[in-house]
Structures are given as C-alpha cells and as structure tokens.
Design a protein around this ligand. Structure first.
Ligand code: CP
Length: 332
C-alpha cells in the first residue's frame, strides 16, 4: 500500500501489505536496499544501530519458523526492541479481537507491527486502523510480500537478472500466498511466469494475470530457468483436491529423474517448509542447483531493508547507518 506520495523518489509509504500495490521501482528499491544489509549478517558482531529506540511487535496467529525468526533476527540486528506474541497464550484465546489487541499494543507506544494471520486481508484491516507501520508476514491465501521479495533477490543473485527469466511456480497455487506475491513481483520486474499443478489446485482464470499454464511438470522443466516449488497446503484444503500424496508425487513431484531431462540447469527454489517426497525429492532439494537455504539467508536482508525503509530510511543512508557505531576492529 502506497501512502506517501510527497516525494518523487520511490518510498514504501506506511505499510507493506503485498507486492500487487507496489510499482517496479518500489520493488527494486527494496532489493537494492537489501544488498548492503546482507553484509551485516556476515560480521562477527551482527548489529547496527539503525532502528535503535524503535519498538516492533511480531504478532503471529499462525505457525512459522522462517518468517518469524528472520523478522526477529532482522529487528535485533537493526537494534530495535522486539516483542513476540503468538495467538496461543495471549488474550486472543479469551476472545479478544485483532483490533483490540493492536490498540492495546499501541497504548504501550509501539512503532511497527509484523502480522501473520490465517485471514486474507487481516494485515490491510489492521493497517487501516492503527497509525503504526504494518508489515504483512502472510495473510491467508492473499500475499506474503517479504517471501516474494526474498525469492526475487535470490533469482537476481543466482542469475544476475530478473527481466526475461522464465520462472514456473509448481504445485498448490490455489492456496498459496507465496505464489500470488511471486506472480505480482516477477511480472512487474519483467520475468516470464508460468504455473504448473493439478487443475484443482490452480485458481480459476489465472491465465488472465498473464501467466502460462503447464499441465505436466515435464513441460515446465523444458521451459523454465527457475522452478519455485510449493508445499501442498493440506491445512487449508477440504478433502478431495488430490487423490493421494503418493499419486501427487508420482505425477507432479519435482524429482531428479525429471530434472535430468532439462535442456539447461534449472534453479530450484522452495519457500519452505518442505514436504520431502511429496512436492520435491531430497536429491533436488539438497542438490547443486538448489538455492533453498540461500533464500532463507536472503530473508533476513530483505526484512532488514523493509523495516529500514518503512521507518523512513533511504537507500543512500543504508550504508552510512551500517557503518556508524561499528568498532573498527570488527569491520571486514
Ligand atoms: N516461507 C515461510 O513463510 O515459512 P514459515 O511458514 O516457516 O514462516
């Protein structure tokens, strides 16, 4: 959501709710700002003073390993004060609604909220009602913008560009907020985008977004430079989308045997958590063309960049902010 149009230079505005509302320049701004932040995590002392004095609440109503921990590391490495709240163990269990929870947090003078929620639109709903910056860490089937951004950064790192790259998103597109953020981000930056999966797991009319549809993974592998393999989101499915997990692996699994027929090296991405032996086999997930763990590493730099930009930082200042307060002996 863009709420700050006072300057001609791109800014992210108040909130990051998705990649659909962002321009290509805004997406590039985040990717470029993430570059200098990568280096902070490689230092002996992984800390810069950039967000000293800011208070950030991580409000997670759904399970998460990568996103929650990457946000927490990003916040701590930027010297913000952080509080983690899970629905379990909070007053949500006593029936408190989302806005009341957030208003009570605001009464404690917070600056930013990172929210993951099972309802599509929950982050936007909150952003409209509180003055703090809101970052969507995944809302239902809608968007997971920081995952989309870290996927873009990983493609750019590995292939040197995004424009013209052919990316096929494979698997359960219907239930996937990662797929939606990837589709918006990739199309805006000029990539060619395809999806591949059972018809029952593709949103109706997906072609209208400008993506190709492949019925069979063999066709996708022949076409693609990058496969972004998605987990079957069994927790969001009613019964009946696929006959069985074994059948799904047999027909749609991204296996070494299938990849051996590729006419070129294919970069393998997966947002995690993986179901090995369902959507991907271990030889592919752990193989030489997999960038799955690099995605996780890039997730910290992307979240540092988003937190920094939403707090009013500029890309030019990012380098300066990192250099301040770092003892000379620990600089690389
Ligand atoms: N990719 C991702 O969102 O993973 P988590 O659910 O572990 O945060």
């Amino acid at each position: 959501m863009i709420r700050d149009s006072s300057s001609s230079a791109p800014s992210l505005g108040k909130d990051l709710l998705g990649l659909e509302p962002l321009s290509a320049d805004q997406i590039r701004l985040v990717l470029d700002t993430a570059e200098p932040f990568k280096e902070v995590s490689e230092r002996a002392i992984k800390k810069v003073p950039t967000l000293r004095g800011k208070t950030i609440v991580n409000l997670f109503y759904e399970a998460s390993t990568r996103t929650r921990i990457a946000f927490e590391f990003a916040e701590k490495r930027l010297s913000a004060d952080t509080v983690n709240i899970a629905a379990a163990g909070s007053s949500v269990e006593k029936g408190e609604n989302l806005v009341d929870t957030a208003r009570n947090l605001e009464a404690m003078r917070i600056d930013m909220v990172v929210i993951r929620h099972p309802a599509s639109g929950a982050a936007a709903f909150l952003a409209d009602r509180i003055p703090s910056n809101v970052i969507n860490a995944g809302d239902g089937w809608h968007e997971h913008p920081t995952q989309g951004l870290l996927d873009l950064l990983t493609i750019r790192d590995k292939l040197g560009r995004i424009e013209g790259v052919r990316v096929c998103i494979c698997g359960d597109i219907l239930h996937s907020r990662v797929a939606r953020s990837n589709i918006w981000g990739l199309l805006k930056l000029g990539a060619e985008v395809a999806v591949c999966g059972p018809r029952s797991l593709l949103p109706r009319g997906i072609e209208e977004l400008g993506v190709h549809v492949f019925k069979h993974p063999e066709e996708a592998i022949e076409w693609a430079d990058v496969l972004n393999v998605l987990r079957l989101q069994l927790e969001r499915m009613q019964a009946g989308y696929i006959p069985s997990l074994d059948e799904y692996y047999r027909v749609y699994g991204i296996t070494q045997k299938r990849l051996e027929r590729a006419p070129r090296d294919v970069l393998i991405l997966h947002p995690g958590p993986m179901n090995r032996g369902v959507e991907i086999d271990s030889m592919v997930a752990d193989g030489p063309h997999s960038a799955i763990l690099q995605q996780v590493t890039n997730g910290i730099a992307i979240r540092m960049a988003v937190l920094y930009l939403l707090s009013g930082g500029t890309p030019e200042r990012a380098n300066v902010a990192q250099a301040e307060d770092v003892p000379a002996g620990v600089r690389r």
